[in-house]
Structure formats: structure tokens, C-alpha cells
Design a protein around this ligand. Structure first.
Ligand code: NAD
Length: 332
């Protein structure tokens, strides 16, 4: 019987893994530990490996996988920037990812968080908790229908966000992307530059991939072109935002607020329990302490549909490599 070792397994993954294993008649062994130099020996004797990795793997891990006859690592996320793909290839290890597992989940969360910032959610919650039930100008809001939304990156997720705002709320939607999405003909108006898109927008939401091309795409210069009282939403990758520049434009009153599901220093933090540690990330703490910012720990995707798809697509890829030597989801 084919056997697969899964690392980084969370409680909510288990029923979907069990169901997949029964359907495919595959033996699975689960651990919540991550794949590291210390745990790689657990792979010996298995036919395949699936992980939910956040940090890079040392060469010794690839070397041992190769010695154990493992031909692949199936990453249970879209992002694979933590892998040294050349190193993986050097040891004949195919890396696969799950490029799309529930774009609707992320799009729905994005829209919800944008509305929460526009409607002063944090302030209203605090006031209500203090039994201050007054209506006052500080929490006076605007109707989403009257706002212009800029969607930056109109791929799988951004295109759904654009459609929800345009068709669901009747907002005007402008967009910026290096490649225009034909599906959005008649839904959005594409702008030639990022600055032209943000200059018009009351809500700016970013859905581009991480990487060198998009690192600090939202820097001081771009924030300086935001409209007065604009809202910034980042449910994409932390690295696309220069957090210090964002804080400057929140402090100087240009931006109304921000919703940040991702953060440039999140690796090793999201997800983890830091309640009993001496929390040292001052930049993240500044964001958390602000009433005009809603911070969440990279949970836009976190629905049952997404968790199931991550498991099923990753394990299908593992089985493909074991049975055919390759997978459509390989990234190296
Ligand atoms: P996608 O590849 O389908 O779309 C990305 C779009 O960005 C493409 O249309 C591409 O042309 C465009 N793009 C690339 N570089 C650009 C640039 N420099 N300027 C403008 N546009 C550019 O990706 P997707 O599946 O829609 O994912 C979007 C983002 O969401 C990614 O950053 C992904 O990592 C993130 N994501 C977040 C979560 C979460 O839970 N928060 C979950 C999954 C994915």
C-alpha cells in the first residue's frame, strides 16, 4: 500500500486527510511537527511527503529525502517562496503547491474587512463594550455603493473582489494589473499605472503575488497619491507593503484606516500562539494597537472549503508523482 507522511498537520485537516486516505486506499501518517533537519528521518520508509512549510529547508533535508527515495514535497499552500527550487532540483525533489484552493473565501474576507474599516468597526466595538451607545461624527460612515474601489492585481482573487464590489454593491471599480483580465470587461476600468488607480479610489485592495517585482509595491510614494480618507486592504502578501510608510500615512491623517491580513514580518508568527511570550515585534504591535487598523493572522483563506481543497489537491499531487513520476502542480 502507498504511504504518505504529512507534516504540519492541524486539527481541522484531520477529517479531510482521513477521508482522502480512505477514498484512495493510501496509508497516511500525521504529525503536527514541521519538516526540519531534526524530523526528516521520520520520512524513511514512506513513498511521499506533504508539508505546510513556512521556513526554508536546509540542504541536508533534501539530501536525506533523496537518500530515502522521496521524489517530491507537496506544499499545502499557494506560496512556495520558502523553497530553494534549485536546491530541490539538485536532489531530484519535485516541489508542488496548491495555486488556488478557494479564491472566493479570500475575496469574501477582503470585502468584509474593507467594509469593517469603512464602518469604523474597531471604534464601534470599543464604544459598545464601554456602554457608549451614542451616534457621533467619529463613527459616521459612507455607503459602499458611493465609493470607488481600486483592485490592484485582478487574477483569481482580485477579479472576484472586483465583481463583488461592482455587481454586489454597485461601486465604481478601477483596476491595475500588468495583464488585463478579459473576464472583467464592463466590470472594471483599467488604469495604465498603479498611481492613476489609487488616486481615484476610496478603497484600495491589493491582490498581487509576493516576490521581488512586488516588494514594497505600496511604498511612501504610492501612499502619498492615495485620496484623503482612503482605506487600504492587504489580504495578499505582507511584503507588498512598506509598513512604516503605511503607518506614516495613517498618522498624518491621509488614510482613514487599513485592514491587514498579512504582514511583512509574519513568517514564524502566523499562525502561532504568542500569548505567553515576551512579544518583541514592535512594528506589528503598533498596528495591533491602532483603532484604525484591523490586523488578522493570515486567515482570509481559512474556511472549510479551503482547508479541504488544500489537503485534496496536495495529496493528489503526491500520488501523481508516486504513480506517474510527475504532477501538473510542480513548481520546479
Ligand atoms: P493570481 O496569480 O491569480 O493573480 C495575481 C495577479 O497579480 C495577476 O493578474 C498578475 O498579472 C498580477 N500582478 C503580478 N505582478 C503585478 C504587479 N507588479 N503589478 C500589478 N499586477 C501584478 O493570484 P491570486 O491567486 O489571485 O492571489 C493573489 C494574492 O493573494 C497572492 O499574493 C496570494 O499569495 C494571496 N493569498 C492570500 C491568502 C490569504 O489567506 N490571505 C490566501 C491565498 C492567497
Amino acid at each position: 500500500m502507498v504511504s504518505i507522511k504529512l507534516f504540519g498537520v492541524r486539527e481541522e485537516d484531520k477529517p479531510f486527510i482521513k477521508q482522502w486516505a480512505e477514498t484512495h486506499d493510501v496509508e497516511v501518517s500525521l504529525t503536527d511537527a514541521l519538516l526540519t533537519n531534526d524530523t526528516v528521518d521520520q520520512v524513511e520508509g514512506f513513498d511521499g511527503v506533504s508539508v505546510s512549510q513556512q521556513l526554508p529547508l536546509d540542504e541536508i533535508v533534501f539530501k536525506k529525502l533523496n537518500q530515502f527515495g522521496i521524489k517530491q514535497i507537496a506544499q499545502r499552500s499557494a506560496g512556495f517562496d520558502m523553497y530553494d527550487l534549485d536546491l530541490a532540483s539538485k536532489y531530484d525533489v519535485i516541489i508542488s503547491n496548491v495555486p488556488s484552493y478557494s479564491p472566493n473565501s479570500i475575496a469574501e474576507y477582503t470585502v468584509g474587512q474593507a467594509i469593517n474599516v469603512v464602518r469604523h468597526f474597531n471604534a464601534v466595538q470599543r464604544k459598545t463594550a464601554e456602554h457608549d451607545f451614542r451616534w457621533e461624527p467619529s463613527i459616521l460612515s459612507r455607503s459602499i455603493k458611493d465609493l470607488t474601489v481600486a483592485v490592484v492585481g485582478t487574477g483569481r482573487i482580485g477579479s472576484i473582489v472586483a465583481e463583488i464590489f461592482a455587481k454586489g454593491f454597485g461601486s465604481k471599480v478601477v483596476a491595475y494589473d500588468v495583464v488585463e483580465n478579459e473576464r472583467l470587461d464592463g466590470v472594471v476600468t483599467y488604469k495604465d499605472t498603479l498611481i492613476e488607480a489609487v488616486e481615484e479610489a476610496d478603497i484600495v485592495t491589493v491582490h498581487v503575488p509576493g516576490g521581488t517585482d512586488t516588494h514594497y509595491l505600496f511604498d511612501e510614494k504610492v501612499f502619498s497619491h492615495f485620496k484623503q480618507d482612503a482605506v487600504f486592504v492587504n489580504c495578499a502578501r505582507g511584503s507588498v507593503t512598506d509598513t512604516k510608510a503605511l503607518l506614516k500615512y495613517l498618522d498624518n491623517g491621509r488614510l482613514l484606516g487599513a485592514a491587514l491580513d498579512t504582514y511583512e514580518g509574519e513568517k514564524g508568527l502566523y499562525p502561532s500562539d504568542q500569548r505567553h511570550t515576551d512579544f518583541q515585534d514592535d512594528l506589528l504591535q503598533q498596528l495591533i494597537d491602532r483603532e484604525d487598523v484591523i490586523v488578522s493572522p493570515h486567515i482570509a483563506f481559512y474556511t472549510d472549503a479551503a482547508v479541504e481543497n488544500l489537503i485534496v489537491y496536495a495529496l493528489d499531487a503526491t500520488l501523481d508523482v508516486i504513480q506517474t513520476g510527475d504532477t501538473e502542480l510542480r513548481v520546479n
